[in-house]
Design a protein around this ligand. Structure first.
Ligand SMILES: Nc1ncnc2c1ncn2[C@@H]1O[C@H](COP(=O)(O)OP(=O)(O)OP(=O)(O)O)[C@@H](O)[C@H]1O
Length: 601
């Protein structure tokens, strides 16, 4: 038993990046707790009476999590919480009601940020944020803080890169820290954050971890061994961030108990519901206590999401710093467009990067995994470049992203798996290799640049016959493109892709000319590339295209991605399998899917 205790201690110590001395303190406390029947071990009657549990103190002055022994009921916090209160209300002046139409509009945008040190939030958070150069609240953070502290359910919308993660993160973290200090720390998570992609889940979890080092956070996502996640859950966590599939898998295995969750956040909420996670999200929500605070955040909130939120949220406050008529992109992003035919467009990427990339980082978004592979292979002959998409193993995806962040290479060629939420500093240029699926995708892809007040460029490559679609994007995002002069392409330039056929597997035939013709009516093939199971990782690739203007319109987007990806036609391959490649297959919606939550992607 002692060795078990030690094993758990070591696991906990490494995971929580505590200092050695703090770990030893915890180990000592755990050993003491275990070897001394009383008074260090809480009895059931202690718990019922709400008597304080023995606690140790970590370097942040926050009570450390006690180890979980068989002898202790794992729901001990539930018993305590029932007598002790609810974090969402503990610090809230009572909210006086209000109707569901209540909203905070774009008037909340702008103005000086509030100094974080003046807000009365935990010193640990202030210190951690300050260490990262974050001393003042951004507008969305300022707008969200008070209602979030009051325990309001909410829908938050603000442009890309404006700090939505900390907008929900700061109040949730603060409440958990204070709740733990008051009531002791338990085993089951108090906060659950759902994200549509693994990369985003990791990033959000990192943001929580770095903002509150004393809390135990965990990231739950597919493509990685589940055993380690189960062990960490068994040790106890405060905040769990993850993709719905792996979360459901862990629930089914009895490793994840959501009965004490007090805060649920859907990050990139529209994407989560739009790509078909609604069902999974509902399964998860049904396992949560009714008494909870629910929040949804995204830079884009299509109108259909309102009706869905009625089901999930209780009298939500809408905080919308974008507004209907405003431009949808972050300030500081300049949009360019350039015409290129399908034969030549691969060859203009290099010149575009050189002319507009300012020598910094660049992300090129392609519609398909195959194009991402082929383009990155071609570009790698001249540039430092790598591909990122859902058919790449999770460990490689993580290495690639880390390498990109660290500046080991400066061009990332990615599918929409990288479109949502990813925060990589100093991406100066985003190139849309072809027209994206819909306005939301355009906004999110473009939003990988111009983050946190920085400047950035975005270039949309379009076919000579797609000017109507380009105008439609302009209208919907509220910004104009500056059309760049065409770049002459030598006829032999398609050869940059020679010799790479079959690199990503599959049966797509034909030469480069055909492959790069993204709007050519692919009626299948790409859709079924990866996901074998219903539950698993993220869903972010594939699908039809909304902008099929001009002559492309006749080319049959409806079938794009139909191969093997239709949820109704199979793929219920059990829990835990990887659904990271795509999730389209709703061919009947043909890509113009924003009107229906189930349509696009
Ligand atoms: N108050 C602040 N001061 C300075 N930097 C901040 C502040 N808040 C957030 N940031 C930084 O701004 C960047 C963008 O934040 P974040 O990723 O939360 O944006 P977002 O609104 O969620 O974007 P997206 O819509 O693309 O998901 C991050 O690097 C974050 O650390």
């Amino acid at each position: 038993m002692i060795s078990t205790v030690l094993r758990r201690s070591v696991l906990g110590a490494s995971r929580r990046t505590q200092t050695l001395s703090a770990s030893l303190t915890s180990i000592n406390a755990a050993l003491l707790h275990h070897l001394t029947p009383s008074p260090s071990a809480a009895t059931v009657s202690d718990l019922k009476s709400g008597a304080a549990l023995p606690q140790t103190t970590n370097p942040y002055g926050v009570k450390a999590r006690d180890f979980h022994f068989q002898s202790r009921p794992s729901e001990f916090r539930a018993s305590m919480a029932s007598s002790a209160g609810f974090a969402a209300q503990d610090y809230a002046p009572s909210y006086d009601g209000g109707d569901s139409e209540e909203s905070v509009g774009s008037s909340g945008d702008g103005g000086d940020g509030l100094a974080i040190s003046d807000l009365g939030i935990s010193p640990e958070i202030v210190k951690a944020l300050s260490g990262r150069g974050i001393d003042k609240l951004f507008p969305i953070q300022k707008a969200v803080l008070e209602p979030a502290m009051q325990g309001r359910d909410m829908i938050g919308r603000a442009r890309t890169g404006t700090g939505k993660t900390l907008a929900f993160g700061i109040p949730v973290i603060d409440k958990i820290i204070k709740f733990n200090a008051k009531h002791g720390r338990g085993k089951n998570p108090l906060c659950l954050v759902l994200a549509p992609t693994r990369e985003l889940a990791r990033q959000v979890e990192k943001e929580f971890r770095e903002s509150a080092p004393s809390l135990d956070t965990i990231c739950l996502y597919g493509g990685t061994p589940i055993g380690q996640q189960m062990r960490e859950l068994n040790y106890g966590v405060d905040v769990a961030v993850g993709t719905p599939g792996r979360i459901i898998d862990l629930m089914k295995r009895g490793a994840l108990n959501l009965s004490e969750v007090q805060f649920i956040v859907l990050d990139e909420a529209d994407q989560m519901l739009q790509v078909g996670f609604a069902e999974d999200v509902e399964v998860i929500l049904q396992k949560l206590p009714e008494k909870r605070q629910s929040m949804m955040f995204s830079a884009t909130m299509p109108s259909w999401i309102r009706s869905l939120t009625k089901k999930y949220l209780n009298n939500p406050l809408t905080i919308d710093l974008v507004g209907d008529s405003d431009q949808k992109l972050a300030d500081g992003i300049t949009m360019y467009s350039i015409s290129a035919d399908s034969y030549g467009k691969a060859s203009i990427i290099g010149p575009l990067v050189e002319a507009h990339g300012k020598g910094g980082k660049c992300i090129v978004f392609t519609q398909t995994k195959r194009d991402a592979d082929r383009l990155s292979y071609g570009l790698a002959k001249t540039f430092k470049c790598e591909a990122l998409h859902g058919d790449i193993s999770q460990s490689q995806r993580e290495r690639t992203l880390a390498g990109f962040r660290d500046g080991n290479f400066n061009i990332l060629v990615a599918t929409d798996v990288a479109a949502r939420g990813l925060d990589v500093p100093n991406v100066d240029l985003v190139i849309h290799y072809e027209l994206p699926n819909n306005t939301e995708t355009f906004v999110h892809r473009t939003g990988r640049t111009g983050r946190a007040g920085k400047k950035g460029n975005a270039i949309l490559i379009h076919g000579p016959e797609q000017s109507r679609a380009v105008k439609m994007i302009e209208r919907e995002v509220g910004s104009k493109f500056t059309e760049l002069p065409s770049i002459p392409v030598e006829r032999g330039s398609g050869s940059m892709f020679e010799g790479i056929g079959g690199r990503s597997g599959g049966s797509y035939g034909g030469g480069m000319r055909d492959r790069s013709s993204s709007y050519g009516g692919r009626s299948g093939g790409y859709g079924g590339g990866g996901g074998s199971g219903r539950y698993g990782g993220d869903r972010s690739e594939g699908s039809g295209n909304r902008y099929s203007g001009g002559s492309d319109r006749s080319s049959g987007y409806g079938g794009f991605g139909s191969g093997g990806s239709n949820r109704s036609s199979g793929g219920y391959g059990g829990f835990g399998s990887d659904r990271s490649s795509q999730s389209s297959g709703r061919s009947s919606f043909g890509g113009f899917g924003l009107k229906d939550p189930n349509s696009s992607y």
